[in-house]
Design a binder for this molecule. Structure first.
Ligand code: HEM
Ligand code: HEM
Length: 186
């Protein structure tokens, strides 16, 4: 069940790809729905984000219990440091994104629901149709800002992360990517 230098556990591999692919989809949908004002996508984005939050927390607990996996090959020290920083940014932003999203929507008065299952009711403003009465406007505003900034940070870290994975695979020809695909390396 533990990660070793030659093989990552199936838990590490499964959690990496479930969370990783969900994050790529949520960032893409988040930017698209915001830029093009596609309000029909908002409840789907929020529902998937809240469901995946459970998997994200399972992953964080797994990391805390297991520590970070040992590097697959002998990287240079700057590469090692950069990979560590990027992994920390990625894992922290996966926690910050759903929490800031829930605070922005919940405290902004828009309510929280998972595919129709209401967790917190919306508080519409009777005087201004379509507008909400915030439960706590300043915190909702700060959470909104955090959601935007952490989203950009996650995306920047993700680009470095994928560049690193491809460099290891195609230039260094080591087992870093293969190991994250569940394969045993020597
Ligand atoms: C096409 C997309 C991706 C590829 C090819 C990829 C590849 C990899 C590889 C090869 C490793 C192992 C690095 C090592 O052994 O030092 C790794 C680890 C990691 N990746 Fe990704 N990754 C992708 C997407 C993501 C995304 C979207 C996130 C989070 C938002 C993420 C978060 C992490 C973290 C936190 C680790 C450290 C090990 C762990 O906690 O499981 N990855 N990734
Ligand atoms: C779990 C990971 C999540 C990721 C990676 C993510 C990512 C994003 C991104 C990148 C944006 C676009 C931000 C911008 O450019 O302004 C966005 C917008 C948004 N997200 Fe998320 N999100 C996540 C979870 C959530 C959750 C759980 C909620 C609420 C329950 C939520 C609610 C929203 C809302 C309401 C917007 C639109 C904000 C606006 O209209 O300005 N998100 N999300």
């Amino acid at each position: 069940m533990s990660d070793t230098k030659s093989k990552l556990s199936c838990v590490t591999v499964a959690l990496h790809w479930i969370v990783g692919i969900s994050m790529i989809m949520l960032v893409t949908v988040g930017v698209y729905m915001t830029d093009y004002e596609v309000y029909a996508l908002y409840p789907i984005h929020k529902s998937v984000g809240m469901i995946i939050f459970v998997v994200i927390m399972a992953r964080v607990i797994w990391r805390v219990k297991q520590g970070w996996p040992e590097a697959a090959s002998n990287y240079k020290s700057w590469e090692h440091a950069l990979a560590k920083i990027v992994h920390w940014i990625l894992i922290i932003t996966t926690v910050v994104m759903p929490i800031s999203g829930m605070l922005m929507s919940g405290l902004g008065g828009y309510g929280l629901a998972i595919f129709g299952l209401e967790l917190l009711a919306a508080t519409p403003n009777p005087d201004e149709p379509g507008r909400m009465i915030p439960i706590n406007g300043p915190i909702a505003g700060a959470a909104h800002e955090t959601h935007e900034i952490a989203g950009k940070l996650m995306f920047a870290a993700f680009l470095l992360h994928v560049a690193g994975a491809l460099k290891h695979h195609f230039m260094d020809k080591d087992g870093t990517l293969k190991r994250m695909l569940g394969q045993r390396i020597d």
